[in-house]
Design a protein around this ligand. Structure first.
Ligand code: BGC
Length: 870
């Protein structure tokens, strides 16, 4: 289980080879029938999510959909529900490649169900700084762990016959000025850190697509980066899939076409289309370049079964997966027990549990932005514990402290009237909650050109008497009424520099209103569409009606929770971030929990020593109270089965299986990389290779709260033996030829060299389960090259494996250490220095229980060509 590279993702069977050849023939035949305009039409979105069909060549409409935590489909609302799995940080916390592959299978199944052919995932940028707004959406601070999990997920999706686009290629590790930021990192840093997960995925899992990032690298936009797109990705690594722009990320017709960008999304207005036709006609872009781009789009269509005469790569979908059960399994496997004085698992026969926290009643299942999906149900911690606790255990619930800075969407159904000129009714639609969001398409085929306004109407039946809050979220002109009385008539302005910000993080206006329990009120919110939508070129309607019942003052809420917690045998406090705190489009200002949640935990811990804190966050938060509570359980953004999995873990039906994929700081000022704002448009990665645990380990002064790799289970482990030996003295096996090798597909330069992921060495680790219950352990192997090359970080993860053992049982795992783990990027390309390498096995980057030395002789590993950069 140490690597997905069992050969099955790379080696083709004879039938697959035949399939590749047949697909290439069909692609060439189709291409030969297209004139320039028809070829160019393949290269740009017809709308928000799809590429156009072409009946003349038997090409179907090709649909793409976000994203990493489920497949949203072509709608962006709760009326097209999806299975919502835990955040990518949670998936990485499982360190479980089989599970990642099964998740890929589920994403493929969801994609097929929704008619999508490409899943816009996984996000394999690195956790350079915990402030990155999309931290929750990426896997890890470590390139090896990121690459392994990413490759397993891609393999799983593609085994289901659906394409992926690992993203965002490359160096999109934070959000500030994300459309334009020019990232500068030295060659070695780029190669060893930021390119590394992409390289592993491309070489091992052979993705059918990749998404170019918005940002620039070395002054070249990634949608135009010839040296990285055509040079490194295609010629050196042998990538034969399609490269799609991030949404609105293609800026220049000629530079994109020559820079290897196959598809500009979304459409219909893009830098391609007529502009590309003109560029070919006047000689700025050779037609062969367009042929190359079109060929790759047709190859994609062939692989997913949309091109007549081409056999789909996976003609029969794999056996169905139970999505809800898998979402629950992933969640429990990902939950990371950071601290436990023995209180967990909770003993049977508890008299009472006090459950506290806004997220206990309403789980935060995901972060904000394009990674959002809308499940049919969410099991909250309150629901999960209520169902799992025995009837004899009393369960109380108090809110304690509110982390949300915004009023949540109105929870009841709404109807929406779509209005044309002079208020004429064009059509009506029903909405499952207060969110109105249509991108690219309107209900009943209404055209954006005729839509002038949308009026949402709903009936609010108050649960309690008092001051309710109604909210408008969105940018533009709004009129809000309650039982005919006008509460607001005005314009909400979006202030910010992210063009998608008005959609991702819109402004909010709150109105308070005295209402009586049980007396229904009709609420209407009318939105007049602005002249131009947030994303030029395609239609967008996005606003929400919010509603919140009256609650006590912040002091009253905390007091009430403290009283309940003091009276209970055990207090379980769920603290959380929100989808606004962790979101695409913005970086975080602070790692502190929002609102007064820290104070809530501290006060509860002071009155009940049996306090368990459940941290519902996708990325690091500060936990100043962590040493004063009995247990800290990190549940990430746990997806739709949040509460069911939480009950499984708290009550001991499942062991928390997670290990941190990223080091969690104790204090903000200790973070190795804090600055994410560019200076005059440039963001310099001056820390070089020292990101994550290597950075923490070179500074003795500041210790993190919890190290990369840390996580407790419900049993104990003794590390009893480590043997390490070279597996390939002389040379590693040659890289397999690309599956689709043909005249049309360039052979990778690397085929002349070595497979960097072949095992150079093998570590055999023996561990004993010394506890009283069966358990699962993640054995981590670090390579410490200090004696060979002092310029390298003290250690880096080189391999890992998951094992299971019964009490008293000894388990042995063989963990292959790839050639690449020993290599560094030098002037001549990848280099391997001979010498004595430290090899360490343990439970985290700091808890290394066994060590040995591996003597690596001088090996004849030819360096790869180094393509010129930009
Ligand atoms: C995000 C991508 C996403 C795309 C489509 C962009 O803003 O950066 O990750 O796939 O939107 O939603």
């Amino acid at each position: 289980m140490g690597s997905i590279d069992d050969g099955s993702t790379r080696r083709n069977t004879g039938t697959e080879e035949n399939g590749d050849a047949a697909r290439e023939r069909a692609v060439e035949a189709a291409l030969g029938k297209l004139d320039l305009t028809a070829k160019v039409a393949l290269l740009a979105g017809a709308d928000m999510w799809s590429l156009p069909a072409n009946a003349d060549i038997g090409l179907g409409r090709l649909v793409m959909s976000d994203g990493p935590v489920g497949v949203r489909g072509e709608q962006w609302t709760a009326d097209d529900p999806s299975i919502a799995i835990p955040s990518p940080t949670a998936l990485a916390a499982t360190w479980d490649l089989d599970l990642a592959r099964r998740i890929g299978g589920l994403l493929a199944q969801e994609a097929r169900r929704k008619g999508a052919h490409v899943v816009l995932a996984p996000t394999v940028n690195l956790h350079r700084s915990p402030r990155g707004g999309r931290h929750f959406e990426a896997y890890s601070e470590d390139p090896h762990l990121t690459g392994e999990i990413g490759a397993a997920l891609v393999a799983g999706v593609q085994e289901g016959g659906v394409a992926t686009t690992p993203k965002h290629w490359v160096a999109n590790d934070s959000e500030t000025e994300r459309y334009t930021v020019d990232v500068r990192a030295d060659r070695r840093t780029l190669r060893e850190l930021y390119l590394a997960p992409f390289e592993a995925i491309v070489r091992k899992a052979r993705p059918w697509g990749l998404m170019a990032a918005y940002n620039q690298v070395d002054g070249h936009s990634m949608s135009e980066h010839d040296a990285l797109n055509n040079g490194v990705l295609r010629e050196e690594w042998g990538f034969d899939g399609f490269l799609v722009s991030d949404w609105t990320g293609a800026r220049d017709t000629v530079r994109s076409a020559l820079g290897g960008l196959d598809v500009a999304m979304p459409g219909p207005v893009t830098v391609y289309g007529e502009r590309l036709v003109a560029a070919v006609r006047d000689g700025r872009v050779p037609e062969q370049a367009v042929d190359e781009l079109a060929r790759r789009v047709l190859r994609l269509a062939a692989r997913v079964g949309l091109l007549a005469g081409a056999p789909a790569a996976v003609p029969v979908p794999p056996a169905p997966v139970d999505g809800e059960a898998l979402a629950r399994e992933i969640a429990a496997r990902s939950f990371t027990l950071l601290r436990n004085d023995g209180i967990l698992p909770l003993r049977p026969g508890l008299g009472s549990v006090a459950l506290v926290g806004a997220a206990a009643a309403e789980a935060r299942i995901g972060g904000g932005g394009s990674a959002q999906v809308f499940p049919t149900r969410v099991v909250s911690p309150l629901d999960g514990l209520r169902a799992a606790l025995p009837a004899a255990t009393a369960l109380s619930y108090t809110l304690g402290a509110e982390p949300r800075t915004h009023v949540p969407p109105f929870a009841g159904g709404l109807s929406a009237e779509l209005l044309g000129a002079d208020g004429a009714l064009l059509t009506t639609a029903t909405l499952p909650d207060g969110t109105v969001r249509w991108l690219g398409q309107l209900p009943d085929g209404v055209g954006f050109d005729v839509l002038r306004a949308v009026k949402a109407v709903g009936t609010l039946t108050p649960r309690s008497t008092g001051r309710h809050r109604l909210a408008i979220r969105g940018a533009g002109r709004f009129v809000l009424t309650a039982d005919g009385a006008q509460l607001f008539d005005g314009v909400l302005e979006f202030e910010g520099n992210d063009p998608a910000g008005a959609f991702l993080n819109p402004p909010e206006l709150v109105v308070e209103l005295e209402l009586e329990a049980g007396r229904p009120v009709e609420v209407t919110l009318r939105h007049t569409l602005p002249e131009a939508s947030a994303f030029a070129g395609f239609g967008l309607v996005s606003f929400a009606l919010g509603h919140a019942e009256p609650v006590g003052t912040a002091d009253e809420l905390i007091d009430e929770a403290v009283v309940a917690a003091a009276a209970a045998d055990v207090a379980v406090v769920v603290v959380a971030t929100t989808e606004e705190v962790e979101s695409e489009g913005v970086d975080r200002d602070s790692l502190a929990l929002p609102g007064r949640q820290d104070e809530l935990v501290a006060r509860i811990a002071a009155v009940n020593p049996r306090t368990v804190v459940v941290v519902n966050a996708g990325a690091p938060v500060l936990m100043p109270w962590r040493d004063r509570v009995a247990a800290v359980l990190l549940t990430w953004f746990p997806g739709q089965e949040a509460g069911a999995a939480l009950a499984d873990v708290l009550l001991g039906a499942c062991e928390p299986g997670g290990r941190l994929p990223t080091t969690w700081p104790a204090e903000e000022e200790d973070c190795p990389v804090w600055e994410v704002a560019p200076t005059e448009g440039r963001l310099d990665y001056t820390e070089g290779l020292f990101v994550g645990y290597p950075a923490w380990q070179r500074r003795a002064a500041a210790q993190p709260a919890y190290w990369f790799g840390h996580g407790l289970g419900y049993t104990e482990w003794a590390y009893e033996g480590l043997d390490v030996h070279l597996t390939a003295p002389g040379a590693a096996p040659a890289l397999a030829a690309p599956a689709a090798a043909s005249a049309a597909v360039p052979a990778p330069v690397a085929a002349a060299g070595e497979d960097p992921y072949a095992a150079l060495a093998r570590a055999v680790v023996r561990v004993r389960n010394t506890g009283a219950r069966a358990g699962r352990e993640v054995v981590q192997v670090y390579l410490a090259p200090d004696g060979v090359d002092p310029s390298r970080p003290d250690r880096r993860l080189a391999g890992f494996a998951v094992l299971e053992a019964e009490p008293g049982q000894v388990a042995e795992v063989r963990i292959d250490l790839p050639l690449r783990a020993f290599q560094t990027w030098g002037d001549a390309g990848w280099e391997l220095r001979p010498g004595g390498y430290g090899v360490e096995a343990g439970r985290s980057a700091a808890d290394r229980r066994l060590s040995g030395v591996l003597d690596v002789p001088a090996l004849d590993v030819p360096a790869l060509d180094v393509p010129a950069q930009g």
